[in-house]
Design a protein around this ligand. Structure first.
Ligand code: 5GP
Length: 291
């Protein structure tokens, strides 16, 4: 490659102004995509006549779609075999078509599916749910429980912490979609928040133990049930034993229960191994959107 051309100060100023203008055009496009005003097909069309749009990276465009985080955008491009550095102008017609197809409205992610993430206690469901709260378009349900808050938990964020009497009242008033007793406490999914989110077109994720997952399937047969497994049994044991927040009796009870829980995987629609949290979350989002 030869040396870059020597620019006069005027040429340099013009080039900088053009680059700035292009960035503004791309930022405008991205915010219109985010608001739903422009579809992927619209942007691909614009790229044919606008140089600034043509130079936008595909990854940047996909990331700007509402509800699609960085991880899902990357997974999607890998699935479509589009390089992460590819610009719109470099897309082949087959790739452009496949990309537009992924986002034909209404997006499969916005049809209001009920997704249940379950698996043995200690496997890391709540960490995956946390990641999904951050990176997915799902409404992640906040459960009610009679258990006391752990030092790092907040009311209304991690759980709604209820007294036994309050929990009894919710059962009596049919306010739970499902509820179960687990390791000496009770846990339940508040029905209204779930139904409101589904009605508004949002998919909802419940992170609950196995008997609750089975209740949901009985009530909502098209719910998607995901079972999270540890990479190995030893890993689960060490996670449960290392949990400083539980008493020794509670850990022992949880270990015994986990053994029974591990046998329940065949009842689920999909089994995911919790090797890496972000990857599990991305795979779950992809799988849910395809089902
Ligand atoms: P932890 O006490 O560790 O937060 O939760 C104990 C177990 O209760 C976990 O397996 C968790 O998934 C489950 N759980 C949390 N919320 C609910 C719920 O609303 N319903 C049911 N059935 N289980 C729940």
């Amino acid at each position: 490659m030869g040396a870059p051309p020597q620019l006069t100060p005027e040429e340099r100023a013009r080039a900088l102004a053009k680059a700035k203008q292009s960035r503004l055009v791309r930022a405008g496009i991205k915010s219109r995509v985010k608001s739903g005003e422009l579809s992927i097909t619209d942007v691909l069309e614009l790229a044919k006549s606008d140089e600034a749009v043509a130079k936008m990276r595909v990854l940047e465009l996909v990331e700007s779609i509402a509800g699609v985080g960085k991880i899902r955008a990357k997974v999607l491009l890998e699935k479509l075999e589009i390089s992460l550095t590819r610009r719109l102008q470099g897309l082949g017609s087959r790739q452009a078509k496949a990309l537009a197809q992924e986002f034909i409205s209404p997006s499969p992610l916005t049809r209001g599916k009920l997704i249940v993430l379950s698996g043995p206690g200690g496997v890391g469901k709540s960490t995956v749910a946390h990641e999904l709260r951050r990176s997915s378009p799902f409404h992640v349900s906040v459960s009610a429980t009679t258990r006391s808050p752990r030092f790092n938990e907040r009311e209304g964020v991690d759980y709604h912490f209820l007294s036994d009497e309050e929990f009894d009242r919710c059962i009596k008033e049919d306010e739970f979609l499902e509820w179960a007793a687990f390791a000496g406490n009770r846990y339940g999914t508040p029905r209204k928040a779930v139904e409101d989110a589904l009605r508004s077109g949002k998919s909802v994720l419940l992170e609950i133990e196995i008997s609750g997952a089975k209740q949901v399937k009985a009530k909502v047969p098209d719910a998607l049930l995901v079972f999270l497994e540890p990479p190995t049994w030893e890993e689960l044991v060490s996670r449960l034993e290392g949990r400083g927040t539980d008493s020794p009796e509670r850990r022992a009870a949880r270990l015994a229960l986990a053994q029974e829980e591990m046998a329940q995987a065949p009842f689920f629609d999909k089994v995911l191994i919790n090797q890496q949290v972000e990857q599990v979350a991305a795979t779950l989002i992809e799988w849910a959107s395809a089902n």
